[in-house]
Design a binder for this molecule. Sequence first.
Ligand code: ADP
Ligand code: SF4
Length: 686
Amino acid sequence: MARDPRYDILFEPVKIGPVTAKNRFYQVPHCNGMGHTMPQAVAAMRGVKAEGGWAVICTEECEIHPSSDVAPANEARLWDDRDIPAQARMTEAVHAHGALAGVELVHQGPATANRYSREIPMGPSHLPVTRYDPVQARAMDLSDIRECRRWHRQAALRARKAGFDIIYVYAGHDLSLPMHFLQKRRNQRTDEYGGSLENRARFFRELIEETKEAVGDTCAVVVRLAVDELLGPKGITSAVEGREVIEMLAELPDLWDVNISDWQNDSNTSRFAAEGYQEPYVAFVKKLTSKPVVGVGRFTSPDTMVAQIRGGILDFIGAARPSIADPFLPKKIEDGRPEDIRECIGCNICVSGDNTSTPIRCTQNPTMGEEWRKSWHPEVIAPRASDDTVLVVGAGPAGLECARALGQRGYTVHLAEAGDELGGRVARESRLPGLAAWGRVRDYRVQQLANMANVSLYRDSRLTADHVREFGAARVVVATGAAWRRDGIGRANSEALPGLDGSSVYAPDDIMAGAAPTGPVVVFDDDHFYMGGVLAEKLRRDGLEVTLITPALAASAWTEYTLELQHVQVRLLELGVTIVANRNLIAVDGAHAKIACVFTGRESEIPCASLVTVTARLPEEALYRALLAKPEALANAGIKNVTAIGDALAPSTIAAAVYAGHRYARELDAPAPAPVPFAREMPGEI
Ligand code: ADP
Ligand code: SF4
């Protein structure tokens, strides 16, 4: 199909110094949890994005020297020439599809503890390092600064050798030395690198100038600058120092990549920020420079992208997460099928990979991170290898993705859903405060299924074992989901709690189904991801007095990995939810909840007219068990096998359910190798 002429502007080439990007789609640097330890996986992942039409594909942070080692994070590395081949893999994969490769050189200074290299961290002043360990960075003297400039220059030369077209000088995210020099609160120097903003910007300016001198004839030298740290006058703000830095250095770099800081603000989730949320902070930049400007804001709508360009806000549509959820986003717009875009839901499961030093995964895109080790492509899947029909029971994320991917392979698929609504848990959860965008997990798949003549969909069809056997499909997939427990059993409690069989005890499923508890209500969160916090928020917004009890150190403790921990505390506290951490629930009696300190066991009571338990879930496995109980009946019905997937097998994240559905479809007739079901990168392979 021809592309909509309204989107032509997105496909104009743009010059960045000595190189030219073929269009305005720019994959900004993003971490992936694979980095220098899995360079083949990184190269394949970036290559797929280049194939998907992005004009610029950048690395994650790339360490320039062992004095800034970001372990335990897995990022790129250009410490010496031996790191070049791994990076060259990435640039070759990107160039193969006509895209430009960018590298984000980084020295994290006092933002990392150098756990691997054991070199002493350094920064503008003597200060504790900001992450990981209770150690301090030493103040750099003038010779350290000179050395650091030299390392950066050498890394830039190595980057050019590795084939990069775009070299970053990075001052973003409160994670880079030039940013730390800029910050009044971290730079207490009295020499020419401290004091006035001009002095504090000296190191940044020198790095840009020297990188240009080293590689600027053939490579674009670009900067990433956080123009607002969202700390008010304590930090860089777009009203004052962020603006002044841009004014000072306006024409020096070949491109300005601007964002807000720190990472939790830059990669804010859809629960806390809407598409385009950075515009108020970065809109001024283009007025101060003739150089192209790239910015981010979880852009997935081509109309919003066009508005950003036409409105003079940005020259490039920067994207990390939208390119993770759909590496083929530009191509789909170009091919005139924007409705096929798999829109990012803004959940930050992708970020949790990096934050746990494990390969990236994505709720929407089950192939993310699997491009190399499983040879999974986000758009291409092998045609069916048999005429087997497949019955998928349950249209939650697992069942929908399973049916979609099987349908794409050309199998005849029957998808039966008990209710009249599709989407399972995402349909229910997307009605909770802040989670509307999660409905995209359903919407994308339902939209794709609508165009597949070989997939039949049956709503209001709660299947029993008899129904399934009567149906007689060759293969049966049970994706019937899970239900929240009401007995208190979970991480902290291994036995049912006294008093939880009463009528004033609710599970999340009850609240999502419209139950209305009376206050004061206690939310007992022993799950630690979003559900407890979101329900506390909902009930408080409904006007109830709410206390959130958790055995963890903070509300929704696991959201540390999705960068939401602070946002969650702020929201709950500002709404007036009382957060009681480090307490376990012991019992309820209709008027009070009895809780105990997780350290001392000391007990206390709090008023509790209603209790919401967010503890564990149990698979809805009755159908699965009933089918397995009669193997002969299955064989007589012509059913070759029955497989439970997603929450019906083991309750987990939505990302895990989508992955399970996709995996079933891929491996139905092509089992994964054993015992390790994927390729592994072995040391010294490159
Ligand atoms: P998952 O996350 O694994 O996809 P969900 O709980 O989101 O699981 O979705 C499970 C879906 O299965 C729900 O929409 C539910 O209504 C449906 N379902 C459960 N039991 C049956 C059944 N026996 N027949 C058809 N659909 C079912
Ligand atoms: Fe978007 Fe979530 Fe995928 Fe990250 S994991 S790219 S936030 S859908």
